[in-house]
Design a protein around this ligand. Structure first.
Ligand SMILES: Cc1cc2nc3c(=O)[nH]c(=O)nc-3n(C[C@H](O)[C@H](O)[C@H](O)COP(=O)(O)O)c2cc1C
Length: 206
């Protein structure tokens, strides 16, 4: 069993999503001691932004790849290999300006590649995600509260996008724990955090 944590908070000190992801992973590992754990810290080490040369290299058929095009795709290849190997994926994601952190978007721009992680049928225009058989958990901290069943839920472009992009890659089994109200009073914040931890401890059992 391989568990990959993708962490996207730019904060290392005081990060709620990092702390809660660690709590989940510690509990998960106590139930699954053979787990091989790895961390892709895009919050601290942002993947490169894709460029016109990257796009051209990505569209170059394998028999016409050169040392230069291969070098341009090397980082993306590493990120894809790591993702393909993972059975469980835990994504720590703060809401930034109602969406995902730009570093995490750069990560998905690197790992979404036709023929590698998604298949495209030019006749029907349909995409098929190739990363099947994996399970993901999204842990998203935010100052406000954007529960899907509330009117504020419509302002959450973070988790609905993430869910969509994971499904697009073929990852259909996605759990989500919101860590809301981190901008509230200490008491409100603590209550929300404890409720999220309780959910995570339950999810670690399955
Ligand atoms: C640049 C930036 C933008 C943010 N935008 C939002 C936002 O749109 N909505 C919200 O509820 N919280 C927003 N927040 C608050 C964070 O989501 C919240 O503090 C969260 O706990 C940060 O995650 P972390 O503790 O793991 O670093 C923002 C924080 C930062 C630094």
């Amino acid at each position: 069993m391989k568990l990959l944590e993708i962490q996207s908070s730019v904060r290392q000190e005081g990060s709620v999503s990092r702390t809660l992801a660690s709590k989940f992973i510690d509990r998960w590992r106590s139930y699954n001691p053979d787990t091989q754990y790895s961390l892709r810290d895009v919050g601290v080490h942002s993947p490169s932004l894709i460029t016109a040369n990257w796009v051209a290299a990505n569209l170059t058929p394998s028999e016409r790849q050169t040392e230069d095009t291969k070098a341009l795709l090397a980082e993306s290849d590493t990120l894809i290999a790591e993702l393909v190997e993972a059975d469980r994926i835990v994504i720590g994601v703060p809401m930034y300006n109602f969406g995902i952190p730009a570093n995490l978007k750069a990560y998905f721009d690197n790992v979404i590649r036709v023929g590698r992680t998604v298949q495209y049928d030019p006749d029907t225009g349909a995409f098929n995600g190739l990363l099947t058989g994996k399970k993901a958990l999204i842990i998203s901290s935010r100052a406000g509260s954007y529960a899907p069943d509330t009117s504020a839920g419509a302002m959450d472009f973070c988790v609905p996008y993430l869910r969509f992009i994971l499904n697009f890659l073929g990852i259909q089994n996605v759990d989500y724990v919101e860590v809301p109200n981190q901008g509230g009073s200490n008491e409100v914040q603590q209550q929300a955090t404890e409720a999220a931890i309780a959910q995570l401890m339950e999810l670690a059992k399955i």
